[in-house]
Ligand binder design. Structure first.
Ligand SMILES: CC(C)N1CCN(Cc2ccc(Cn3ccc4ccc(-c5n[nH]c(N)c5C#N)cc43)cc2)CC1
Length: 239
């Protein structure tokens, strides 16, 4: 998979040289390009923002630098069905979930556009929707100052699903949200720690009993913490 990121804070992504994603880049499983939006300005002050039409607080990111930067990545990409998926993190976006991560992990080329200020001129989204699959994606219902933190989280969630990135693929199966439930609690040595011991079933060697206990723990945790994950989807009434 190739991943390109456009941002005014390229150094923010230096951390992607580390850990599993760093190894994935060294092994060629993931190719990463980080592009400084300011390199796509043409004025002395490398201006990327301006005041909003219609008034209002804050500044809006100008379309020209974005056009220059995204064109340099897309080249003469063919029509939408073959181009990359272009993702703009946004408070107004669809919710990023494990299902979103799984979808994006199937793509061969992802382009992330990190906005700042009050966001990016809408025409950037509208224009590139004619040249690639564009998605506005939100990390969650809270306000960040820009898209970089969201892109970091999305890259980590997507990257770990790419075959070969995580050493033991089995560990991807038994984790929260993979089966729609929260994960079961985990324990390791020592058997006794500060008066707390490991649930005896985990020491029993009875794999069926262990699996049943773990599933029950998942259900109990999910009922307590995320009952919404258990709710049956409500069928909308027939028209
Ligand atoms: C009335 C008028 C003054 N209001 C002004 C604030 N508006 C909302 C608003 C708030 C903050 C930002 C800062 N920002 C810039 C680019 C950008 C990308 C993602 C996110 C982001 N926030 N939360 C998430 N889950 C995100 C994701 N993914 C935030 C971003 C941009 C926009 C609402 C309108």
């Amino acid at each position: 998979m190739r991943i390109d990121i456009v941002t005014i804070f390229p150094e923010f992504f230096d951390v992607l040289d580390l850990s599993l994603l760093g190894k994935a880049r060294q092994s060629g499983l993931i190719e990463l390009g980080v592009h400084n939006l300011r390199d796509h300005t043409h004025d002395r002050h490398r201006t990327v923002d301006d005041t909003p039409y219609g008034g209002g607080a804050g500044m809006v990111m100008k379309p020209e630098p974005w056009g220059d930067a995204l064109d340099s990545i897309l080249g003469d990409a063919p029509a939408a069905d073959e181009g990359p998926t272009i993702i703009f993190p946004s408070p107004a976006g669809e919710q990023f979930t494990q299902a979103t991560a799984r979808e994006l992990a199937e793509e061969s080329h992802l382009v992330f556009g990190c906005g700042r200020y009050e966001g990016i001129d809408q025409r950037v989204v509208d224009h590139y929707a004619t040249r690639g699959r564009v998605r506005l994606i939100s990390l969650g219902d809270y306000v960040l100052n820009g898209g970089e933190v969201a892109v970091m989280a999305m890259i980590e969630a997507v990257g770990r699903l790419i075959p070969g990135v995580v050493g033991n693929p089995q560990s991807l199966v038994e984790e929260s949200h993979e089966d729609g439930l929260l994960e079961y609690p985990s324990y390791t040595k020592p058997n006794e720690w500060r008066g707390l011991s490991v649930p005896p079933v985990l020491l029993s060697g009875n794999h069926a009993a262990i699996a049943a206990w773990r599933h029950e723990q998942q259900l109990e945790r999910t009922r307590l913490v995320r009952p919404d994950l258990l709710a049956e989807p409500v069928e909308s009434p027939a028209p």
